[in-house]
Design a protein around this ligand. Structure first.
Ligand code: SF4
Ligand code: F3S
Ligand code: FES
Length: 251
């Protein structure tokens, strides 16, 4: 009697694992007078991300480790942190791109108050965001159909629509570090998104907000923000365009 045999499963090479030391800046305001570093040895694969390594520490070694994350796919913007001294999203940082022979340092983003471990208080960041009025401002009655816009006009602010409000840019800006009063690149990016939207009528209001002494003129064009942005937004270019709009506006 003829039998049908299942084809042998294709051999999949096992992905080699290796050990890394993750050096995390820990701070618990209820226990610690100051932040300190702690090392954790974790078995990982090159295809793992820093977020996976942090999960391993939290789930297998120390459940008190505190950090934010949600989507795990570079969309929500909640897990910006300083990894080996550079602002990145933990969920988009592959371990294979970091040198496993040295401890990988993970610390909170700079310039915002640390609440616990890798979690910072984002309120000052969102305060600046709210102040630039990141919503469409129009006059007159609500339209009865869609507000039309040409592809060319849409292109004008396409880049700045990509922001996920992760704060990697603002917290990498040396001007923001000095006193935290500067509006910061993220707020300017989100103002840009509406200032150059042909359907919006609030550009002058936003430009006036950014003409403040803590506004766009404090930018020293250091480019840290553009390098830090996980969405690849040309932030410094957007800031320059806002400055130009202020210089050429008719008041
Ligand atoms: Fe994050 Fe880029 Fe938006 Fe800054 S501009 S908040 S780095 S996505
Ligand atoms: Fe800061 Fe970016 Fe300007 S890092 S100084 S906002 S170019
Ligand atoms: Fe959402 Fe990383 S967890 S962007």
């Amino acid at each position: 009697m003829a039998t049908t045999e299942a084809a042998p499963a294709a051999k999949v090479g096992a992905i080699p694992s290796f050990e890394v030391t993750v050096r995390i800046r820990r701070y618990d305001p209820e226990r610690d007078s100051a932040p300190h570093w702690e090392d954790y040895k974790v078995q990982v694969h090159g295809t793992d991300r820093i977020l996976d390594a942090l999960h391993k520490v939290k789930w297998e070694q120390d459940g008190s480790l505190t950090f934010r994350r949600s989507c795990a796919h570079g969309v929500c913007g909640s897990d910006a942190m300083r990894i080996n001294g550079v602002n990145r999203l933990a969920c988009k940082s592959l371990l294979k791109d970091l040198d496993p022979s040295k401890p990988i340092t993970v610390e909170p983003i700079k310039g915002l108050p640390v609440e616990k471990d890798l979690v910072v208080d984002m309120e000052p960041f969102f305060q600046s965001y709210r102040e630039v009025m990141p919503f469409l401002i129009t006059s007159g009655h609500e339209p009865t159909k869609e507000r039309l816009q040409s592809a060319h006009d849409r292109e004008r602010f396409d880049d700045t629509t990509k922001c996920i409000l992760c704060a990697a840019c603002t917290s990498s800006c040396p001007v923001f570090w000095t006193d935290g009063q500067y509006f910061g690149p993220a707020a300017i990016v989100n103002a840009h998104r509406f200032i150059f939207d042909s359907r919006d009528e609030g550009a002058d209001l936003r430009l006036e907000v950014l003409n403040d002494r803590e506004g766009v003129w404090r930018c020293r064009t250091t480019f840290n923000c553009s390098e830090a942005c996980p969405r690849g937004i040309q932030i410094t270019k957007a800031i320059a365009e806002v400055k130009q709009a202020l210089l050429t506006r008719k008041v």
